[in-house]
Design a protein around this ligand. Structure first.
Ligand SMILES: [Zn+2]
Length: 417
């Protein structure tokens, strides 16, 4: 019991740091802590086959060095692939209670796990989910096993009973936690994000919200417009998940509608994606870095410039660009009709892109989102209980309380189709 109480305390501290949107009530924290306690009690690490008692385990991840050599994992790093899921959890799971290997975890390739629950009538289709898993599979991220991409595990779990499907989550995280407390598999708490396909939150018309940046919870609320299209659902899922793994509306800042930020984290693209490789509506986080852009001096011939290591060829692969709600012809490497008047003008002009009311903003060079992801958004990595510490030394920024974020893209009548 003492051990359980200790883990409750730890969970409470973690949660207090994580709540970014809305205020965390004591009730929220206690409820979530109770789940954490269940997880700690249920998931027991087992001895690793092939590791003699007392065998050297240099990185202390629960796998002795001689077995790490067989697996190909790094005996000096408890998280060889850097996804903040420990080598032990990915290779062996926890006593059959949480079997990450069976779910497809690989200690040599980055994995992200999400439990997906949904309101009646809002069950995600496989085609919709595939849009997002494909985007992650195509990510320009390298792995220790020489593959590229991230394996996104969208584990569709169960329908929320009608009686529990609160039509307006308000306050959003208080009501969300009531559902999560009942439907989320507690043993998954240290490893999974939790996502809910719901109707509406906080009396507004927002398409969804993340609990913070980074965080472990998010909701997609398109039920009030009839569920939205496949593209709207997938784009919103990937947008809110992006907040969960550290991305902001400007990538590394909160500046939305930055013309030089080519990511579905930018509202211009959440419901549309990009034209890539001959396909339209391809969902992607930013994979290029585009030079600083000045609203006061927009030149359609100069347009965008790459920042190394991004090349013009990289920019040329990205089409479907949008400015002020209008999609323009061409790709990110050529002349761009920023004001959508049908011509490429030689003279520079001023144009307000970010709805600030004035055309005087200078946007710094954009980031490559895929190399900036924060994989510890799951809330905690591994279980500190059972003497198996898997504190992987989180980045300092994780312990900074996330900024209170604005609700995500508001859905209006023109989007409800
Ligand atoms: Zn957002």
């Amino acid at each position: 019991m003492i051990q359980t109480r200790k883990s409750l305390l730890t969970a409470s501290v973690v949660l207090l740091f994580l709540n970014g949107c809305g205020d965390a009530s004591l009730q929220d924290v206690e409820m979530a802590s109770a789940r954490q306690g269940v997880a700690a009690a249920a998931a027991v690490p087992l001895p690793v086959p092939g590791c003699p008692v007392g065998a050297l385990d240099t990185d202390g991840d629960g796998i002795c060095d001689i077995v790490e050599a067989v697996l190909g994992t790094n005996p000096n790093n408890p998280d060889t692939d850097g996804d903040r899921l420990s080598d032990y959890a990915e290779a062996f799971g926890f006593g059959g209670v949480l079997d990450l290997p069976t779910l497809g975890a690989n200690p040599l390739k980055k994995d992200i796990f999400i439990e997906v629950d949904y309101y009646p009538g809002l069950k995600p289709t496989q085609a919709m989910l595939n849009r997002v898993t494909t985007a992650f599979a195509n990510a320009p991220v390298t792995n220790p096993n020489n593959t590229t991409g991230i394996t996104l595990h969208l584990v569709v779990d169960q329908e929320i009973a009608a009686a529990d499907a609160d039509s307006d989550l308000n306050p959003v995280w208080t009501d969300f936690d009531v559902i999560k407390g009942k439907y989320f598999n507690a043993s998954r708490a240290p490893y999974f994000h939790y996502m809910l396909f719901a109707n509406r939150y906080s009396g507004g018309n927002s398409s969804g919200i993340s609990r913070g940046i980074p965080a472990h919870d998010f909701v997609v609320t398109l039920g009030f417009i009839g569920g939205g299209t496949e593209l709207q659902q997938a784009g919103t899922l990937m947008h809110e998940l992006g907040h969960n793994i550290g991305l902001r509306h400007g990538g590394n800042d909160d500046s939305n509608y930055k013309p030089n930020y080519l990511s579905i984290m930018n509202y211009e693209y959440q419901f549309y994606g990009f034209g890539i490789g001959g396909l339209n509506n391809v969902l992607d986080y930013s994979r290029v870095q585009v030079a600083s852009f000045n609203e006061a001096s927009v030149n359609e011939q100069t347009a965008f410039a790459p920042v190394a290591p991004t090349t013009e060829a990289d920019l040329a692969r990205i089409g479907g660009l949008r400015f002020n709600n209008v999609q323009v012809v061409g790709n990110a490497s050529v002349n761009l009709d920023f004001n959508g008047d049908g011509t490429i003008q030689a003279a520079s002009y001023a144009l307000d892109f970010n709805r600030s009311g004035a055309a005087n903003n200078v946007f710094p060079a954009s980031q490559n989102d895929w190399t900036a992801l924060m994989y510890d958004g799951g809330g905690q990595i591994g279980l500190a209980a059972q003497g198996l510490s898997q504190d992987l030394g989180r980045e300092q920024r994780f312990l900074v309380a996330p900024e209170k974020m604005e609700p995500c893209l508001t859905v209006d009548a023109s989007d409800a189709r």
